[in-house]
Design a protein around this ligand. Structure first.
Ligand SMILES: C[S@@+](CC[C@H](N)C(=O)[O-])C[C@H]1O[C@@H](n2cnc3c(N)ncnc32)[C@H](O)[C@@H]1O
Length: 262
């Protein structure tokens, strides 16, 4: 961990800390010694979120992996060249394990097989995660290269999808924006078979969606549950509906349950 820097609160880090730790713990337990975790951050930023005064996702990941003693290689993608430059500086303590790419993530998806092949002897069996953290809901549909992301998961089957769904912002645009992407669309668009969902966090209701190749046990200590479980359904509704509609939905659910009972 960088000297003098304490871990930011969970809410401020939008749950990334808990998810990164969980990913790296599973990796440490399940993957043979000497394997190197591959983390790809498709919306890397500059290493520091100035708006809210918290550490950015790539630096957070590097700190956690280092603290947990997990060998890693990170590809951090940021299309804004000035931000990418700042990020390189922020990641300089981890230089040997990091590549910062100042390009559009759609282009990087096409280049990934080459990048991974240069680092790994068996690229098709590489294990890790791809973080998708778009903060502009207006560009989620047209601005995200869904097809290219899906291709990445098709080629690297053991890479998990970590999608940070901006719940509150998406609710705001739902009724007037043709670009609206429903939370339920994400598994199909990214083409991963097994999904988990984490409880929406804070006022922005950032909701982490985790797509995997095989089903893992729920992690109730970090509120990460199966997509199709009762709680998973509740989290989806919480992230997607306005407070009023969510309460109505809850009432409807109770009505159905009572209707079945009597
Ligand atoms: C929500 S911010 C990222 C925050 C970062 N994950 C963090 O936690 O600090 C989104 C970032 O993605 C970048 N971005 C947006 N579209 C992109 C694209 N198509 N390719 C690469 N970077 C992109 C933006 O410039 C912005 O810095």
């Amino acid at each position: 961990m960088i000297q003098g820097q304490s871990y930011i609160t969970e809410e401020k880090a939008r749950g990334l800390t808990a998810i990164f730790k969980q990913q790296l713990s599973v990796f440490s337990v399940k993957v043979p010694w000497q394997a190197v975790y591959l983390h790809i951050d498709m919306h890397a930023g500059c290493g520091w979120n100035h708006d809210v005064g918290v550490i950015g996702s790539p630096v957070l990941f590097a700190e956690i992996a280092t603290e947990m003693n997990v060998p890693f290689f990170m590809v951090a993608v940021e299309k804004n060249k000035s931000l990418a430059h700042q990020l390189e500086y922020a990641l300089s303590p981890y230089r040997a394990n990091v590549t910062v790419i100042a390009k559009d993530n759609a282009d990087v998806c096409d280049e990934l097989p080459g990048i991974v092949a240069r680092r790994y002897k068996r690229p098709d069996s590489v294990v890790g995660s791809v973080l998708i953290d778009p903060n502009t809901p207006h560009s989620i549909k047209s601005g995200l290269p869904w097809g290219q992301f899906a291709n990445v998961f098709q080629q690297f089957k053991r890479m998990d999808a970590l999608f940070n769904f901006p719940g509150t912002s998406m609710k705001r645009i739902k009724h007037y924006d043709a670009e609206y992407v429903c939370i339920a669309d994400v598994p199909r668009l990214l083409n991963k078979p097994h999904w988990m969902i984490r409880k929406p966090m804070g006022s922005q209701q950032f909701t982490m969606l985790v797509g995997r190749q095989c089903e893992l046990k729920e992690c109730k200590n970090i509120d990460l549950v199966n997509w199709n479980s009762e709680v998973g359904m509740e989290y989806r509704k919480l992230a997607e509906l306005t407070t009023k509609r969510y309460q109505e939905w809850r009432m409807e659910q109770r009505g159905i349950v009572q209707g079945e009972l009597f």
